[in-house]
Design a protein around this ligand. Structure first.
Ligand code: ADP
Length: 793
């Protein structure tokens, strides 16, 4: 085997693989011994391992034996023996890295090894799949191995009751979809009673299709939303104004980064339309926000590509699967803007109550690992952002698929004609064909051409997951033609029907280069599983979207010099190099956008950490008064510092404001200044701090009152949630503004971080004020004798 491996991988990989191979040899050597064990004895191994893991606080010492146990259990329960290369995959996962294994290599079985090993700690392993269907399937199939060995297995899917979820999370190994885990995290951070929590502290996650989860879904954060009320007419009005706008006059649209903004001209029009002087004024923030959303709805979202209109409703389309995302809506009024644009009924807008990107959710785990067929091209991104290395695992059998060089045409029409010719020719032999497309529109385009040629096909648009999986499984049958967007039915492999291997296996046709080589490879990988024969061939045109978006100038210069044949086909090394180059540019551009967003998100992520930590402290505490006491002092200092500005002369200090603001949070008017102005800060401090110190001493007595403590806790948690929601909104507005102010000298990233911090501090002081206020009203209700302790009056 080793010689075969050497042939296909580079030196660096080889060294690592050698190490793993040695370990696999040791596992293999354990096999006869484990085969002799009775079921009962095999199960007992779990107990022995668990004890060892407990005492050494590490799974390293039992790793090889544990793998041997899983393999043996799998043989007995599922009649499947882990291949050696699957063992390597498991070892890679256990080290917190990514196993790159092509489709059909049995990644699900690979995960069984690591999930068992990490499950021995009792701290909970989360196995993440791309949809509920696969989570259920894996839980039912692979879960049998773990249950046989005596571990508890759980399934976490949406719509489960609190008790069911808690049980699922208590298990040693929990299967589910990433989004659901993320949502549970957010919901856990919103509870008022710890008993309502479902998750335990994070330990280890194995992410299947790790590239789609951490890279492709990067743009959509998880959002928990509640209702707000912005007038529906407002959206329609904005949509109407935007409709009259012209590109490059009223707005600019950057096709490369897919971002848009109003020009000065456009802003002037809005100002005239609404009869206002300056749209940048703080008071017009909301208007500005909805205008931008209306603009985005118009230029960035294309009907029947990004969304469809059905029954007077906007339904979003998943860019990768081409599937309708049921129940998913855009946030921040963008969905309403789309509704207004299409004249559909404008629904109530949702306001973000909590949100996190899936990436930042997974970064909460002390250790992550992942599996996919395609990660190598994004290796550096995984290493830099998640600290995971990508290890290419050799296939169980050599890959027998032939990947042909792209065929390149002048126009899309010529391209589709060529695809149709090819399909006709191949179909006549009975070889099954899978045609991959990049969008629903493109699928339909291809379908039209096949219709004209009188070819029968299955079109996988807008199907449910189950239908999709059923149809994609059929794609390997003799005579089948299937058209699907690139991710349709991912995770299900296509088995070849009777006699299909003899015909050359599955023939995959790509109709456009995707935004990254990785996604092209996903499509190719649908063919040639487990050493099956197969073929892949891409047909592209130099007018494809990727080229016009990223290289329109180069194209213009190049075009007159091209010499196509009578079918519009271009040949020669140069044109292939050109297409490759454009794809690299596109990959790089997407990476930059992801990196930029992640950096922006880091600002909020840090703040979220602070707030959630405070919230947890309060939630878990029996003594909230003790948490508020230091806040009281801090708030007093903050007010004094705010108003006794060192830049101003003391006579101009507004000491009345100090007294007013501080008295607001005290149970009685305890702060009084005799004079209307002071000459030194010390005078202010002497009038304030002793009073507060005395007050804090007094409220100490409230600690004994558990009913009061409980009410205070509830009030405080409520304040935190409310403040945090408002803060998220201001941060969102700030983000929008940053793009607009890019003409200023400062780096927008730094500006966002700096102003974000200011907003956060403001929010935090308001929170302190709320806390002090609640404490003050409670104290007053308890009728404590504050009158006597007024300090220096
Ligand atoms: P992947 O996710 O890598 O594409 P799957 O986990 O879906 O692959 O497995 C592909 C198929 O191969 C499944 O039907 C699975 O049961 C089967 N399989 C995986 N590993 C083995 C094995 N060691 N022995 C026999 N069949 C296996």
């Amino acid at each position: 085997m080793l010689t075969y491996i050497k042939k296909i991988v580079g030196d660096d990989q080889q060294r690592r693989l050698k190490k793993y191979m040695k370990q696999v040899e040791k596992i293999n050597a354990l096999e006869p011994e484990f085969e002799k064990l009775s079921d009962e004895e095999l199960r007992l191994k779990t107990e022995i391992f668990k004890e060892k893991v407990q005492t050494s606080n590490s799974v390293e010492d039992v790793k090889l034996e544990a793998f041997a146990a899983v393999r043996e259990a799998s043989k007995r329960v599922l009649d499947m023996r882990h291949f050696d290369v699957q063992m390597i995959g498991g070892l890679v996962l256990s080290e917190g890295n990514i196993s790159e294994m092509p489709t059909g290599e049995g990644k699900t079985l690979v995960a069984s090894l690591t999930s068992y090993l990490q499950g021995l700690t009792g701290k909970g392993v989360h196995v993440i799949t791309v949809n509920d269907y696969l989570a259920k399937r894996d839980r039912e199939q692979i879960g049998q191995i773990h249950e046989f060995l005596g571990l508890r297995v759980g399934l976490n899917i949406s719509g489960m009751s609190l008790a069911e979820k808690q049980e699922a999370y208590q298990a040693d190994i929990t299967y589910g979809v990433g989004n659901e885990f993320g949502f549970d995290h957010l919901r856990d951070k919103m509870v008022f009673d710890v008993k309502q929590r479902v998750q335990r502290p994070y330990h280890f996650a194995i992410i299947d299709e790790v590239d789609s989860i951490l890279i492709d879904e990067a743009k959509t954060p998880l959002i928990i939303a509640g209702k707000t009320s912005v007038s529906k007419d407002f959206h329609s009005l904005c949509a109407r104004i935007v409709k009259t706008f012209k590109e490059d006059v009223d707005y600019i649209f950057d096709r490369e980064t897919k971002s848009t903004n109003l020009t000065e001209e456009g802003i002037a029009k809005v100002e005239r339309g609404f009869g206002i002087d300056n749209m940048y004024d703080l008071e017009h923030q909301t208007l500005y926000h909805y205008m931008i959303q209306a603009l985005r709805a118009r230029v960035m979202f294309q009907r029947d590509v990004d969304y469809i209109v059905k029954d007077n409703k906007i339904m979003l389309v998943d860019m990768f699967t081409g599937r309708i995302m049921d129940g998913r809506t855009l946030s921040n009024g963008l969905h309403q803007a789309l509704e207004a644009k299409e004249g559909a009924e404008v629904t109530e807008e949702n306001k973000t109550q909590a949100s996190i990107t899936i990436q930042n959710y997974f970064r909460l785990y002390p250790k992550l690992s992942g599996m996919t067929g395609t990660a190598k091209t994004e290796e550096s991104e995984f290493r830099e952002l998640y600290g995971m290395d990508v290890i290419q695992i050799p296939t169980n059998r050599p890959i027998a698929r032939n990947d042909y060089e792209d065929r390149i045409f002048m126009t899309p029409e010529q391209k589709y004609d060529a695809v149709t010719e090819e399909v006709k020719k191949i179909h006549a032999t009975g070889q099954p064909i899978l045609i991959g497309t990049t969008s629903i529109i493109q699928s339909e385009e291809v379908a039209k051409y096949l219709d004209k040629a009188g070819l029968a096909y299955e079109l996988l648009n807008a199907k449910t997951v189950e239908q999709e999986i059923r149809l994609i499984t059929m794609a390997g049958q003799k005579g089948q033609i299937t058209i699907a967007t690139n991710m349709a039915g991912r995770g299900t492999d296509i088995k070849l029907g009777e006699g299909v291997a003899e015909l050359g296996g599955l023939y995959v046709i790509g109709t456009e280069r995707h935004e990254s080589r990785r996604i092209d490879n996903q499509l190719k990988g649908r063919s040639g599983r487990q050493g099956d024969p197969g073929r892949s061939q891409f047909f592209i045109s130099i007018k494809d979207e990727m080229v016009t978006r990223f290289a329109s100038e180069d194209l213009e210069k190049m075009e007159p010099k091209l010499v196509p044949d009578e079918n519009g086909e271009l040949t020669g090394k140069k044109i292939h190099e050109f297409i490759d180059r454009v794809q690299r540019v596109c990959e790089h551009s997407n990476y930059s956008v992801r990196e930029y967003n992640l950096k922006l998100d880091n600002v909020i992520n840090e703040q979220r950490g602070v707030i959630y930590e405070l919230r947890d402290k309060i939630l878990l505490s029996e003594d909230v008064v003790s948490i508020i006491e230091p806040m009281v002092m801090d708030y007093a200092r903050h007010i004094v510092e705010t108003h006794c500005d060192g830049e101003m002369i003391p006579e101009d200090w507004n000491i009345k404001a100090i007294a007013d603001e501080l008295n607001e949070v005290l149970p009685a008017r305890m702060i009084v200044f005799k004079e209307s102005s002071v000459s030194e800060r010390e005078t202010v401090e002497n009038a304030v701090y002793p009073v507060f110190e005395e007050y804090v001493k007094q409220v100490d007595a409230l600690k004994e009152n558990s009913a009061l403590q409980f009410t205070l806790k509830t009030l405080l948690l409520g304040s935190i949630d409310k403040r945090w929601i408002l803060h998220l909104e201001s941060m969102e507005r700030l983000k929008e503004g940053i793009g607009l102010r890019s003409y200023s000298q400062e780096d927008p990233m730094r500006q966002y971080a700096r102003e974000g911090l200011q907003l956060f501090e403001m929010m935090y002081h308001r929170l302190e004020k709320n806390a002090c206020y609640h404490l003050g009203t409670m104290a007053a209700a308890e009728a404590m004798k504050f009158e006597k302790t007024g300090g220096k009056r």
